[in-house]
Design a protein around this ligand. Structure first.
Ligand SMILES: [Zn+2]
Ligand SMILES: [Zn+2]
Length: 187
């Protein structure tokens, strides 16, 4: 069975080199749905607590919210960095508090201090699904990701076979030592 969660991401981007309106900088509210598949955990009668899927996803995906997302070869990137540097935004401000955990992988690098994500590929709805899967595939048993942005919708199905041991009392993943980080249950 599946448990799923939904989250909103407001971001600005553009499709560098694309012959259409999307080559201009513009913004969206994107809606991301993540479906997690596993057996029903008998103790709590759920696959995985939805708020925990959201918490796990949000800790990294917060980087895409109120952020600028540009491809690594986009000439707008050095121009933006120059302005952020000249106006002292590059290393963050005391008001920039809703920051995600910095990450870097083969598809994207997040710079939470200046609310910027640099991507290898154009950040289309399809591109976003690839990035989200690459960031979360080892943490969640993701069966499907859907990303909606304006009139664009993409989805992809995955087979993830992480063996995630879950707490029979609160449903969340046990840590490496088999202990629940929330309630302390151990088996
Ligand atoms: Zn767009
Ligand atoms: Zn627990």
């Amino acid at each position: 069975m599946r448990s799923s969660t939904k989250l909103d991401l407001q971001y600005a981007h553009r499709f560098y080199g694309f012959k259409g309106e999307a080559q201009y900088l513009h913004g969206h509210t994107g809606i991301l749905t993540i479906e997690v598949e596993d057996s029903v955990n008998e103790g709590v009668n759920m696959v995985f607590p939805c708020n925990e899927i959201q918490k796990t996803a949000w800790s990294l995906l917060k980087n895409f919210d109120h952020a600028l997302i540009l491809r690594e070869d986009d000439p707008m990137l050095p121009a933006i960095l120059k302005v952020y540097e000249e106006t002292n935004l590059i290393n963050g401000t005391p008001q920039n508090q809703m920051k995600g955990e910095a990450f870097k992988n083969e598809l994207a690098t997040a710079y939470p201090d200046c609310r910027l994500v640099v991507t290898k590929e154009t950040m289309t709805v399809e591109g976003m699904i690839k990035i989200v899967y690459s960031l979360l595939k080892d943490k969640l048993n993701i069966a499907k990701i859907t990303f909606t942005s304006g009139v664009n919708i993409a989805s992809a199905d995955f087979t993830t076979n992480n063996n995630i041991d879950r707490c029979p009392l609160c449903g969340i993943a046990l840590n490496k030592n088999g202990v629940c980080p929330k309630c302390g249950y151990s088996h």
